[in-house]
Design a protein around this ligand. Structure first.
Ligand SMILES: Cc1cc2nc3c(=O)[nH]c(=O)nc-3n(C[C@H](O)[C@H](O)[C@H](O)COP(=O)(O)OP(=O)(O)OC[C@H]3O[C@@H](n4cnc5c(N)ncnc54)[C@H](O)[C@@H]3O)c2cc1C
Ligand SMILES: NC(=O)c1ccc[n+]([C@@H]2O[C@H](COP(=O)([O-])OP(=O)(O)OC[C@H]3O[C@@H](n4cnc5c(N)ncnc54)[C@H](OP(=O)(O)O)[C@@H]3O)[C@@H](O)[C@H]2O)c1
Ligand SMILES: Cc1cc2nc3c(=O)[nH]c(=O)nc-3n(C[C@H](O)[C@H](O)[C@H](O)COP(=O)(O)O)c2cc1C
Length: 617
């Protein structure tokens, strides 16, 4: 029987909710719910009448949430995240679990005490991969523990892993794969299979959420009514979420676009100032800005000509089936400058040539890797023609255009409604053609003041100023790695923070590449910046890098560390970040008399206390 306003004490909205909920309940759930409501009622009346709490009816007692072993409704969500994606997803998942009645423990892997692992029954791991298949900084200690002999057997554990990554890397989602495999080796059972997410992670992550929430709700029997109400609340919240975000970027007007490098420099670095007026976007020093770029129109037109397509032909731009003219879709919606193995696998059945299929055969991995490197879609279509496919079929195998992140170089307190960026232009030659970084070259060549760019704020809780304004800061940032420190010092100037600050900056030439030189000099004069050491690598016969300057000042640097300084490293991930890390360890050994193991542990401890943070790319 359908509940109606006329035949029940419920209003229209409640009747509709219940009519949707009740037919979905199993018999056990119905009995449970009736017992739960009676228990709730009897408890409430006992309290209001001031009498002692009475025992709940048997059905409710047998089935109420509190009567399950406490552990069964507990879910631990652990995240390992460098740039914040995994953390944001873990927070969202925890919120949804809590709304469904689960007791959730949410923790960064670096804050998690591994000796508690044995007690956990339900574990959800969200972890990205960085470096070359390496765990993010805050996952490393837990990763190492789990892969060591000290890791306990976990026969009572149920787990699932959401792996974040980028399929253009050789070791795609490697850290997630490692956790998944290791937890199984230790005896854990999968709640749901691992999901590997590419840069466009929204859809697969949402599917994984649904899958783990479904399995946990089914097997742990949390109050189903909570789930239904939660869905209503979530829908309400979703409709209120009109804020600009990664999936709904704000069109920010370009106010300023300058080259920071002097004439004669090898490099070009754009200082962009964008207006956030009307967006209500907020950020803190340490956050990044995401920009959705456009592909080079010359490359798009060459590709369309090469394939003999009609630029106006409507093609799909998403799974919902929305369409745009081909040229617009290739400019804005699809990635055309990166080749990946998954893309080649999808492309192989579409081309008549057997060469591509042969390249993908096992045993030719190295050849494939060499082919993919520094080639783009234009190379692919030229090298493996003829292609007997429509433009629509072809674009549907492409990855969505990923946003590019840029460390924010300004403070909202100092520049309300604005965001400043420091963007190094990527240009190089490969396989006989000039190659242009999509976003950086767009910003350099095709973006004028007055134009707009689609942007969003990417919060990075792993790169933050210390809460205590008196804490000393050591900031290491060669090249564009210096960008966030401009934001840090603007913020400290505005807030009048009293802590000492020390900047290590490096680039190629003093005369042409001293980014934001006037800003640093002004802050040095005013005392906002206490010390600055610079390393211009190509002004001397021998290369000089920031870590050389750190070593030269090792005694003072150690003293600052002893005084509780926070250390920040930003910029190149491949070489600089590792070299600077090794130098910090060397300074601890030299000045603190530590063994290599002690120095390593000291730095790991600093990372865990968030006194050593890195924003490297
Ligand atoms: C958290 C974070 C913060 C960042 N902050 C900044 C910042 O403040 N400033 C900044 O400039 N960048 C920053 N980046 C990098 C930025 O996001 C982009 O990756 C960069 O601007 C290149 O994007 P693009 O679209 O111009 O180039 P793409 O089209 O994405 O091409 C870049 C790719 O080109 C290849 N490549 C680049 N140079 C060469 C070369 N010399 N030889 C061969 N191949 C090459 C590499 O494969 C590289 O991955 C940051 C990245 C992250 C993750
Ligand atoms: N993921 C991406 O898509 C992407 C895109 C753009 C940039 N990046 C990375 O971001 C980094 C920053 O680029 P950038 O152009 O701003 O500056 P950069 O290339 O890092 O150069 C800045 C300074 O650092 C020096 N340097 C080189 N190797 C070093 C090392 N091992 N340790 C310390 N210093 C070192 C350079 O010297 P020399 O040049 O004289 O050696 C230069 O003086 C790039 O190196 C690149 O790896 C990544
Ligand atoms: C410097 C750098 C290195 C990366 N290395 C890898 C890699 O080796 N394998 C991979 O699958 N993804 C790699 N990625 C992609 C990240 O895993 C992906 O961007 C992920 O969404 C980041 O999540 P996080 O913000 O939680 O760290 C790398 C990203 C960066 C910036």
């Amino acid at each position: 029987m359908q509940l109606q306003v006329m035949n029940s004490p419920f209003n229209q909205e409640q009747a509709e909710l219940l009519n949707r909920l009740l037919p979905t309940l199993t018999e056990t759930q119905q009995i449970w719910l009736s017992g739960y409501l009676s228990a709730l009622h009897s408890t409430a009346s006992s309290v209001t009448s001031g009498a002692n709490l009475q025992a709940a009816p048997v059905a409710a007692e047998a089935l109420s949430p509190t009567s399950y072993p406490a552990a069964s409704q507990e879910v631990t969500v652990l995240f390992g995240s460098q740039t914040g994606n995994g953390q944001a997803l873990a927070e969202e998942l925890s919120r949804r679990l809590e709304e469904r009645g689960f007791q959730v423990t949410l923790s960064s892997m670096s804050d998690f005490k591994p000796n508690g692992l044995k007690k956990i029954r339900n574990l959800l791991v969200l972890v990205s991969t960085h470096g070359d298949g390496d765990p993010p900084d805050n996952a490393l200690p837990f990763y190492e523990f789990l892969h060591s002999k000290r890791a306990p057997q976990l026969e009572d554990l149920r787990f699932s892993v959401l792996a974040l990554g980028d399929s253009s890397y050789e070791f795609f989602c490697q850290t997630g794969k490692d956790f998944d495999q290791r937890l199984e080796e230790l005896g854990g059972k999968r709640l749901c299979p691992r999901t590997d997410c590419d840069l466009d992670f929204d859809e697969p992550a949402a599917e994984w959420f649904q899958s783990v929430l479904g399995t946990l709700t089914e097997t742990l029997e949390v109050p189903a009514v909570v789930t239904e109400v939660t869905m209503a609340v979530e829908n309400g919240q979703l409709s209120q979420q009109l804020a600009y975000s990664r999936t709904s970027p704000f069109e920010a007007e370009v106010l300023e676009n300058l080259n920071l490098n002097g004439r004669g420099s090898n490099r070009e670095t754009r200082h962009l100032e964008l207006s956030l007026e009307g967006s209500n976007l907020q950020f803190e020093p340490g956050d990044s800005l995401g920009i959705y770029p456009q592909n080079d129109p010359v490359l798009v037109d060459t590709l369309i000509n090469e394939m003999g397509w009609n630029p106006e032909e409507p093609v799909p731009v998403n799974k919902k089936g929305d369409e745009r003219p081909l040229r617009d879709a290739l400019l804005s919606n699809y990635e055309i400058t990166v080749l990946t193995k998954p893309l080649l696998e999808l492309a192989a059945p579409l081309c008549s040539s057997s060469d591509l299929r042969q390249l993908l055969e096992s045993g030719r991995e190295q050849e494939l890797k060499t082919y993919i490197k520094e080639r783009d879609l234009l190379d692919l279509v030229r090298d493996f023609s003829p292609w007997g496919v429509t433009a629509g079929e072809f674009v549907s195998i492409l990855r969505k255009m990923p946003a590019r992140l840029y460390s924010i170089a300004s403070s909202l307190k100092a520049n309300p409604d604005e965001v400043h960026l420091t963007i190094r232009t990527v240009r190089y030659d490969a396989h006989g053609r000039d190659r242009f970084g999509v976003c950086s070259v767009q910003c350099s060549e095709r973006v004028q003041p007055g134009d707009t760019l689609p942007v969003y704020v990417h919060h990075n809780p792993n790169f933050r100023l210390p809460a205590n304004p008196d804490t000393p800061l050591i900031m290491i940032g060669p090249g564009t790695g210096v960008a966030p420190y401009r934001a840090f010092l603007q913020e400290r100037e505005e807030t009048g923070a009293g802590g000492k600050t020390w900047l290590f900056f490096g680039d190629q030439h003093f005369l042409t590449d001293f980014l934001y030189q006037l800003d640093w000099q002004k802050w040095l004069k005013e005392g906002v910046l206490t010390r600055m050491d610079v390393a211009f690598s190509r002004d001397t016969d021998e290369k000089v890098y920031v870590q050389h300057r750190m070593l030269e000042k090792s005694r003072d640097l150690y003293q600052w560390l002893q005084e509780g300084a926070h250390v920040y490293v930003c910029g190149d991930e491949k070489h600089m970040a590792g070299d600077v890390h090794a130098t910090l360890a060397a300074i601890l050994e030299q000045e603190g008399g530590m063994s290599p193991e002690q120095a390593g542990a000291y730095l790991a401890g600093m990372q865990q206390q968030k006194r050593y943070q890195r924003d490297v790319y």
